[in-house]
Design a protein around this ligand. Structure first.
Ligand code: NAD
Length: 366
């Protein structure tokens, strides 16, 4: 079956290429076994692109990203480029993608696989069965800092949100909740911040106008952080701004055990003509220079990011379920890469973990 499912693979640096190899194997499996074909292309980003072309995001790669249905991104950075000036940092590649594709909605699921409940820093019963998503506004908000020379140095950060920015991220969160357990917590600091007051009012307005079937609760960001470590299963979808989202998603990340397990998606606005939106999927972890080149990195965060691409960019929910079930099965069978290794588990390398996921999918396909 031919298809128009275009997927751009940007492996990047460090362990990026190692984990992305496993994603390509999973994508190929669908083409071979399920007649779900992806048009795969690839390109250089980050340090690799800096070395080859002098820029962390070559124009030709950017053009491919614009034209593709989804981008799978590995990781960028490493000690080799740490001393580079800001405009020649590998991270500029990712920043350009986010900016030019206007990826304003960052989805960070925190899903605790049963077999890993013991690996969480919280008690297993608090996280067992945990399945939440943090929807972080990614392009607006704060962090515009400047220093003013008047004898003293001053650092100034401006937090700014507009109603359209709040409306579009709220819609993403409510839409997502409708496909899940129908509950949205909107988190801000309306007790001390004007942007917080605006956020609360505008999320409420969108809720009343378009999503009154979804339950909405407001929660102050400090309380939200506390509740995430006290009783995380009370949440379904949490929508929040750029700054609080940065912190809350890292808190939620630790509930699930390892950095090597965490996928993410960043989505752009829906094109009214085609119904499509730009999307980038990436593991939350970085390029892990300490283990790069050894073939031991955990590929599951990247494989789970691909499952998110199946669900959100290609409307292939059943196939996404298959990948997630295969990952859960592999963990239940006791296979672990080094980052997850515990007593009574079998240590595997990156490719062996990929093999095991493919075996799990074959089993599921019958
Ligand atoms: P990191 O996520 O790369 O590594 C942190 C620790 O977790 C390391 O010990 C690493 O070995 C381990 N780890 C991470 N992913 C793993 C995996 N899949 N399997 C097994 N172990 C894993 O974070 P860092 O050390 O702070 O940063 C290293 C480099 O990555 C830096 O150059 C940083 O700028 C970059 N970085 C890039 C991204 C990105 O591309 N989105 C994100 C974060 C950091």
């Amino acid at each position: 079956m031919s298809s128009n499912k275009s997927l751009l693979i940007l492996p990047g640096d460090g362990i990026g290429p190692e984990v992305m190899d496993q994603v390509v194997r999973v994508a190929d499996w669908f083409g071979r076994e399920r007649a779900v074909k992806f048009d795969l292309d690839d390109g250089m980003v980050g340090g690799a692109a800096l070395d080859a072309e002098g820029t962390a995001m070559p124009d030709a790669v950017m053009a491919k990203a614009r034209a593709s249905d989804a981008v799978m991104f590995g990781a960028v950075g490493g000690p080799k480029w740490d001393a580079n000036p800001f405009h020649l940092k590998p991270e500029q590649g990712l920043l350009r993608l986010r900016k030019e594709l206007d990826l304003f909605a960052n989805l960070r699921p925190a899903l605790c696989f049963e077999a890993l409940a013991e690996a969480s820093s919280l008690k297993a019963d608090l996280v067992s069965g945990l399945d939440i998503v943090i929807v972080r506004e990614l392009t607006g908000g704060g962090s515009f800092s400047e220093t003013v020379a008047d004898g003293n140095r001053k650092g100034v950060d401006t937090q700014l949100y507009t109603t359209p920015e709040i409306h579009r991220i709220a819609r993403v969160a409510f839409d997502l909740a409708r496909k899940r357990r129908n509950l949205v917590h909107s988190s801000e600091k309306s007790n001390v911040m004007h942007t917080g007051v605006l956020w609360r009012e505008e999320v409420t307005a969108i809720h009343e106008a378009e999503f009154s079937d979804v339950e909405l609760r407001h929660i102050l960001a400090d309380n939200c952080a506390m509740q995430l470590v006290r009783a995380p299963k009370q949440f379904d979808v949490i929508v929040t701004d750029n700054l609080f989202g940065d912190m809350l998603s890292d808190v939620a990340a630790m509930l699930t055990g390892s950095l090597g397990m965490l996928p993410s998606a960043s989505l752009g606005a829906e094109d009214p003509a085609t119904g499509k939106r730009h999307a980038l999927y990436e593991p939350v972890h970085g390029s892990a220079p300490d283990i790069a080149g050894q073939g031991v990195a955990n590929p599951l965060a990247s494989i789970l990011s691909f499952a998110m691409a199946l669900r959100y960019s290609f409307d292939l929910g059943e196939e996404a379920d298959m990948v997630e079930a295969a990952v859960a099965g592999v963990l239940a069978d006791g296979l672990r890469t080094g980052d997850l290794a515990q007593a009574n588990t079998q240590r595997v390398n990156t490719a062996e973990m990929g093999d095991a996921v493919l075996r799990g999918m074959e089993k599921a396909a019958g």
